[in-house]
Design a protein around this ligand. Structure first.
Ligand SMILES: NC(=O)c1ccc[n+]([C@@H]2O[C@H](COP(=O)([O-])OP(=O)(O)OC[C@H]3O[C@@H](n4cnc5c(N)ncnc54)[C@H](OP(=O)(O)O)[C@@H]3O)[C@@H](O)[C@H]2O)c1
Length: 287
């Protein structure tokens, strides 16, 4: 697998990263992040809404790995959308993480005052506080509009991507437009018994790999960044061990047959989902 992918601003980002969603306990988040860095992960994906930026920052500090060798991502939650709120949110995330710049900053959801936030992010990018700026969960039509009406185009879109939601057309459009695609929930958070799926198991057996490794390889072979999460060290190590085998085109196609062409995590076009998300308020310092 390619170890890094090139972004539209000429910089690079690791193709393998570690996600820390749903690890709200300080000790667990710090421990898992440290284990990941020790296992060779260089990209860490957190978010203000995960309420563990502080623990991630402590792990980074304790890891002894040079700052410039790490690629730290965090995200802007809906309650901080808008020009001034975003300026503040960036500084607060930096403070919690104990860093003076972020490698990647993402708008977490395509809701509220996206355009005000994006202007604040462009300015922070110009100032060197944010090295790469992007979005998450944006449909291609929203991205097209954002690109047409701003100075800097988003460089990354982090979206739900796993064997049950392959998103071939959406990914193709993003890649054709120079936007790096990052897969969240690469294991569908374990839904649909993904780790014992017979199609994936058959491919895994042929390569003497685990089903998790096959899923990650299927994504990285499509030129996608993966950020699997685990709080178990043996799985953290296993998930990073995906660079020494390739899936054949027939195997890639077999993986594609699992696509259910719908989200397993709710419908963002449903007003009720938008209302629930828009009302979700987090106390980032709670940890
Ligand atoms: N932008 C967004 O809106 C968004 C949304 C969701 C996620 N994300 C990001 O994407 C990252 C990954 O997604 P995710 O955390 O939702 O889910 P995920 O990575 O698809 O799945 C994590 C689940 O799989 C289990 N697991 C991990 N490796 C395994 C292995 N080798 N064998 C068996 N089970 C394994 C984990 O269990 P254990 O932990 O118990 O090992 C956990 O239950 C997040 O952490 C976050 O950084 C972003």
């Amino acid at each position: 697998m390619k170890k890094t992918l090139e972004l539209s601003n000429g910089s690079t980002m690791p193709q393998l990263g570690f996600g820390v969603f749903q690890i709200p306990n300080y000790g667990d988040a710090k421990k898992a992040t440290l284990q990941a860095i020790n296992a060779g992960y260089r990209l860490i994906d957190t978010a203000s809404a995960y309420m563990n930026e502080k623990a991630v920052g402590e792990a980074i500090k304790d890891s002894g790995v040079k700052r410039e060798d790490l690629f730290v991502t965090t995200k802007l939650w809906i309650q901080d959308m808008g020009y001034e709120a975003t300026q503040k949110a960036i500084d607060q995330s930096l403070k919690r993480l104990g860093l003076d710049y972020l490698d990647l900053y993402l708008i977490h959801q395509p809701l509220n005052d996206v355009y005000g936030s994006w202007r604040a992010m462009e300015e922070a990018y110009d100032a060197g506080k944010l090295k790469v700026i992007g979005v998450a969960n944006f449909e291609n039509d929203r991205l097209q509009d954002l690109m047409m009406n701003n100075r800097i185009a988003p460089m990354v879109n982090q979206i739900e991507l796993h064997p049950f939601r392959a998103q071939f057309d959406r990914v193709r459009w993003l890649q054709e437009h120079g936007i790096v695609v990052e897969a969240w929930g690469p294991f569908a958070e374990g839904k649909n018994q993904i780790f014992s799926n017979p199609v994936i198991q058959r491919i895994a057996k042929a390569h003497k790999k685990t089903t998790g490794q096959v899923i990650l390889r299927w994504l990285t072979q499509r030129g996608i960044v993966v950020i699997p999460k685990s709080v178990h060290e043996e799985r953290i190590i296993e998930n990073a061990n995906i660079s020494n085998f390739d899936l054949s085109s027939a195997e890639m196609k077999m993986m594609g047959t699992l696509d259910q062409k719908r989200s397993l995590f709710g419908n963002m076009h449903d007003p009720e989902t938008v209302a629930t998300l828009g009302q979700a308020h987090f106390d980032y310092d709670k940890m």
